[in-house]
Design a protein around this ligand. Structure first.
Ligand SMILES: C[S@@+](CC[C@H](N)C(=O)[O-])C[C@H]1O[C@@H](n2cnc3c(N)ncnc32)[C@H](O)[C@@H]1O
Length: 281
């Protein structure tokens, strides 16, 4: 039996920055409750294309449940037990017909194999920003290839890197309005710091919470996000067997420009077989 290799301090801190926020799913749902544009985008796309959907990094089902409600058969995969438990609670409250259309599975997007193919594989809300090495990205794209029907589409979104904001002083605390955390029903003073490492392209956000009624009670949640420059993302998709069909700069399908906040990509499998066939002729 082989013992798993001990994680380096860098690997451990990236892992912490990929998991910590998702240990408080009620707070997650509350914090992102106003994010609706991406839900509408993915729901409209799935309804228009028809067929089944695999959502990688499905979390508490923010998008998964909307798809099921819209009549789409959807399987969501996530590695966080806490997020999946919250998703299960929410699925219980769906109308019976929608409930039969949704399944959640525990797994890592780099390794999971469900032994079936889907008409649409989606990786919403910056999921790929939780992949930190080329090998992680290649593994995740191999998962997409293993689950995508030949005529299917892979759809993902990540934030657009903006050098101005990435270069923020890591010592400066950006204070925001107090927030409510439904996990404990308490109100917190809230601030964030942003530390971007230009070599690894990873930004570490430190979300700082301090109880308003008892300021001595505070905690910090790290969030690590790897940024992708547009041409880099296009190359990664290309060399992993995909062709980008549409690149949008937002969920309203506006074009991707240097001022866009998001990169929303619709890709399909590159038809390597027919190309090889053409070359042989
Ligand atoms: C930003 S949340 C998005 C959740 C949901 N799709 C949404 O839009 O609200 C990212 C989710 O991806 C999950 N995740 C991160 N890395 C993962 C991995 N390697 N495999 C599976 N899930 C992962 C996290 O647990 C979290 O639930």
């Amino acid at each position: 039996m082989t013992t798993p290799r001990k994680k380096t301090p860098r690997e451990a801190s990236l892992e912490r920055g990929t998991r910590a926020l998702y240990e408080r799913p009620r707070y997650y749902d509350h914090a992102y409750r106003a994010h609706k544009a991406d839900v509408a985008f993915y729901s409209a796309l799935a309804a228009k294309r028809g067929g089944s959907v695999l959502e990688l990094g499905a979390g508490t089902g923010r998008i998964t449940l909307a798809l099921a409600r819209a009549g789409v058969e959807v399987v969501g995969v996530d590695q966080s037990r806490a997020m999946l438990e919250r998703a299960a609670e929410r699925i219980e409250r769906l109308p019976a017909a929608a409930r039969t259309r949704v399944q959640m599975r525990a797994g890592d997007m780099r390794t999971i194999r469900l032994r079936r193919r889907f008409d649409l594989v989606i990786a919403p809300f910056n999921l790929f920003m939780h992949l930190f090495s080329r090998s992680d990205i290649e593994q995740a794209l191999a998962t997409v290839r293993a689950h995508l029907a030949p005529s299917g589409r892979f759809v993902m979104d990540v934030m657009m890197p903006d050098l101005g904001t990435l270069r923020r002083d890591p010592e400066r605390v950006y204070r925001c309005r107090p927030i409510f955390d439904p996990t404990d029903g308490k109100r917190y003073a809230y601030g964030e710091t942003f530390d971007y490492d230009a070599r690894s392209q990873v930004q570490t956000v430190r979300m700082m919470f301090q109880r308003l009624d008892r300021p001595e009670l505070d905690h910090t949640t790290p969030l690590c996000l790897r940024f992708y420059f547009p041409e880099e993302l296009a190359a990664l998709l290309h060399y992993n067997g995909f062709t980008i069909e549409h690149s949008f700069g937002d969920f309203d399908r506006s074009p991707l420009t240097e001022h866009s906040e998001h990169q929303v990509l619709i890709a399909r499998l590159r038809n390597t077989q027919s190309r090889a066939g053409r070359q042989r002729k």
